[in-house]
Every structure is written in structure tokens, then in C-alpha cells.
Write a protein that binds this ligand. Structure first.
Ligand SMILES: C[C@@H](N)C(=O)N[C@H](C)C(=O)O
Ligand code: ZN
Length: 206
């Protein structure tokens, strides 16, 4: 499997066999409501250093009864371009109620919820949550993945203490192994130092 990838990229499942994948942009359960350009298979790809660090996160969380669940990892630039063309079609509001009820889709980039030059395309950024290791049930983060609004911000206060604690469990484990959080989205982390800080890759996810 690995031989089809550029040097220093790996399939996350090859490094973390028990990781849970729900690759949203390879299917229709996402803010566009359609599979996104460049995603040919529901697999997660990362730079090797990021994947190795993530394996340490998984090992630590597993001891606490949790398992990582990945929603997105490496994202081809053509997928980002698809996001941009989608945002330019104001008449298409198919998934507005679920993913961006309080916002105009044309503002999602300027408000920081989607990037035209995304860390995901540099290969060391990941969107993820945690689930119960045995049941696979998602841990309550006080907001859904890719909900674009203040509820997703790390400093949002109108969630329960348990939900805050759950966000902290993920954040503390990720930061311990070199992943930096993103203030606007509780699920989005970038491994530092990035092995490809200036390269926006466009190979297919397959
Ligand atoms: C679209 C969302 N999942 C995300 O990853 N947003 C950040 C800002 C990005 O596009 O890099
Ligand atoms: Zn992200």
C-alpha cells in the first residue's frame, strides 16, 4: 500500500491498526453533501512524522479507554479547490442547517473555518475526535465535527464541564506529542515541526 504514496507519507492505519476512520470527504456526510474531489477511498494519509506522533497519542489514550477517530487527514489541493468552488454557489445550501446554520457560506473562509491554503494539504494536519475504545461510541465534545460556529471554538464556554473535560482529554494528549490545536475548531491539529511546511500536495487519496 505504502509504495503508492510520495516519500515520507504513510497510511495511518498501517501505523495505528486500531484507529477508527470516518473519512467524511470521501462520502456525502459533510458540509457539501457530496464526495469531494481527490478523495477516491476512505483512507487516512499523513506524513510519517505526524503519523508516528499520532501513534503515541493513541497509545496514551488507549490506556484511558479511548480510541482516536479520524475525520480527515492529508487533503489534496484539488479538494480545497472544490471547497472554494462550492462556496461560490450561494444557491446550494443543502447542508446549511447541519453544518453552518448561522453563517453565509461565502464567509466560511474569511471567518477561518475553511482555508484556501490548508495545513491538511501539507500532510501533517488532522481532524479527529475520540471514541470509547470498546463500544466505539463517540465521546461528547459539545459540538459536532465541522460545525462552523462559535460552539466549535476552544474558548467557547457554553458547554458542560464534562464536554470541556472531553475536549481537554484530546487536546492534552495531542499537545503532549507535538500537535498544535486550532482555536476555531476543537477537532483540528497540526504536527510541529511540519516536515513539509511549504508544499501543498495534490496526490489522490486512494
Ligand atoms: C474544513 C475543516 N474541516 C478544516 O479543516 N478547516 C481548516 C481551517 C482548514 O481548511 O485547513
Ligand atoms: Zn482540519
Amino acid at each position: 500500500q505504502e509504495s503508492t504514496l510520495p516519500p515520507n507519507f504513510v497510511y495511518v492505519q498501517d501505523v495505528i491498526p486500531d484507529v477508527v476512520l470516518e473519512m467524511r470527504y470521501a462520502g456525502e456526510n459533510n458540509f457539501l453533501g457530496m464526495s469531494v474531489d481527490g478523495y477516491k477511498s476512505p483512507v487516512a494519509i499523513l506524513s510519517r512524522p505526524a503519523a508516528m506522533a499520532l501513534a503515541k497519542v493513541q497509545r496514551e489514550l488507549k490506556e484511558k479507554g479511548y480510541c482516536l477517530k479520524i475525520f480527515d487527514a492529508y487533503r489534496p489541493q484539488r479538494a480545497v479547490n472544490h471547497f472554494i468552488s462550492w462556496a461560490r454557489k450561494p444557491e446550494d445550501t443543502l447542508k446549511k442547517a447541519q453544518f453552518y446554520p448561522g453563517l453565509d457560506k461565502k464567509d466560511l473562509f474569511s471567518l477561518g473555518y475553511i482555508s484556501t491554503r490548508s495545513g491538511h494539504s501539507r500532510g501533517s494536519t488532522i481532524d479527529l475526535s475520540i471514541v470509547d475504545y470498546n463500544s466505539g461510541e463517540e465521546i461528547d465534545m459539545g459540538g459536532a465535527y465541522d460545525f462552523f460556529g462559535e460552539r466549535s471554538h476552544h474558548n467557547y464556554t457554553n458547554i458542560t464541564p464534562a464536554q470541556k473535560m472531553n475536549r481537554s482529554i484530546l487536546k492534552n494528549a495531542m499537545m503532549k506529542y507535538g500537535f498544535q490545536p486550532y482555536s476555531q475548531e476543537w477537532w483540528h491539529y497540526t504536527y510541529q515541526p511540519e516536515p513539509f511546511p511549504n508544499t501543498y500536495f495534490d496526490f489522490l487519496v486512494k
